[in-house]
Design a protein around this ligand. Structure first.
Ligand SMILES: *Cc1c(COP(=O)(O)O)cnc(C)c1O
Length: 399
């Protein structure tokens, strides 16, 4: 019997759950885009965006998804024929590398596999060997959403510095901003990219590129940056339309304004990080317990390098797909697919799932997901250890 009627829960790692307040803020007629409330609102959002990124520096807003933000960051810093070093720990590191390659950048990838973080010793060695300083940039991802590994952004900066290398340090925080601690200025990040639809709780469609003075200098030295992707007028608009290179994404902005009210002014960034950490621990406690008596296994074994916004799980084929299907059909919960773990078409593809727990997520939502997973394992006869829900509840009880 389906028990799925009721409010559905999209527990995929982006787009994330949109708060009702964000949706309501968007539900209004078209505003004047030349003067008045909208114009004032956007000026006021820039400091809040800087606060979320922990930077005093610049932000350029694009009407784009994360791929657009990736391309914008490359377009402003790397010319055809320039070299970049990409540190890959999953699908998304490779994705950014592909974007750069298509723009003519000579990319070298240090691949750390699907179950480990960036090894900073290898980064230091590779950069130290680049005596001529041919690499213009080092690109990496804080949380790789496919593997759910979380890289140590500050430690990578320290490795770049130990090698005495001047490359720009560019970090993708699309899956982690607002969820995991990130300190752009303190951690020495030159360029950071993110998007609206994950920790920022707003529909997909806004991409953000934060950049410091060193990155602005690199931009100034570029031979050619196309008008639309140029971050300079977006970050320092003389006229309102320059923020967006044309018409403002009006309703996304209303949504984002409300999301920033919730994140920055009501809950507070530090409290949001703590909430994500605690809810992650509850999820991991349940996964750990299930794994004691069956094939369930977290993709990242070491807790200190796991993301606080997404957890990738291995369950063996066809259990992963079977469980996802059961949850969506019978329980109203949609889990994420395993991304980049096995090629589509390979039977092993069906052995994975991911739980998204980013943004507008609370204890009841997490316990609901875990409770329905327990029911699904039971219904499908997938072996699993006992005590998972008790273990998760005990973590939540700690507050
Ligand atoms: C979601 C995501 C992207 C891609 O964002 P799109 O909006 O789908 O283009 C890139 N990097 C990371 C880490 C992500 O989680």
């Amino acid at each position: 019997m389906p028990l799925s009627h009721g409010r559905p829960y999209l527990a995929i790692p982006g787009p994330s759950v949109m708060p009702d307040r964000v949706l309501q803020a968007m539900h209004r007629p078209a505003p004047n885009i030349y003067a008045g409330a909208l114009v004032d609102m956007v000026d006021g959002m820039v400091p809040d965006l800087r606060a979320v990124a922990r930077t005093r520096h610049n932000v350029a807003i694009y009407i784009a998804n994360g791929h657009g933000a990736w391309e914008a960051a490359v377009a402003n810093t790397l010319a055809r024929g320039d070299k970049a070093l990409v540190l890959a720990t999953g699908r998304f590191g490779h994705g950014w590398a592909e974007i750069a390659q298509r723009m003519g950048v000579e990319v070298e990838i240090l691949d750390f596999g699907k179950r480990a973080p960036v090894d900073v010793t290898r980064v230091e060695e590779r950069l130290a060997a680049d005596k001529a300083h041919e690499f213009k940039a080092v690109l990496t991802v804080q949380t790789d959403t496919s593997t759910s590994v979380r890289n140590d952004v500050a430690a990578i900066r320290a490795a770049i510095d130990r090698a005495g290398h001047p490359a720009l340090y560019m970090v993708d925080c699309i899956a982690s901003l607002g969820c995991d601690r990130f300190e752009m200025d303190d951690w020495g990040v030159d360029v950071m990219v993110t998007g609206s639809q994950k920790g920022l709780m707003t529909p997909p469609g806004l991409g953000f590129v934060f950049f410091n003075d060193k990155a602005a200098e690199a931009r100034a030295g570029m031979d050619l940056v196309s008008q639309y992707w140029d971050w300079t007028p977006r970050a320092n608009p003389q006229e309102f339309y320059q923020y967006f290179g044309g018409t403002a994404p009006t309703h996304h902005l209303y949504g984002l304004r409300e999301a920033l009210n919730m994140l920055v002014h009501e809950e507070g960034l530090e409290a949001a990080w703590a909430r994500h950490a605690r809810l992650s621990q509850a999820i991991w406690a349940a996964l750990e317990a299930w794994g004691q008596g069956g094939p369930m296994e977290m993709n990242i074994a070491e807790p200190s390098i796991r993301s606080h916004s997404v957890t990738a799980v291995r369950l063996g084929a066809p259990n992963g797909t079977a469980l996802r299907d059961w949850l969506s059909e019978k329980a109203g919960v949609t889990l994420g697919i395993g991304l980049g773990m096995a090629p589509p078409g390979d039977p092993a593809w069906h052995g994975f799932f991911r739980i998204g727990h980013m943004g507008h997520v609370n204890a009841h939502m997490v316990l609901g997901v875990l409770g329905t997973i327990e029911a699904g394992l039971e219904a499908l006869g997938i072996p699993h250890g006992p005590g998972a829900l008790e273990a998760a509840a005990a973590v939540v009880a700690k507050g």
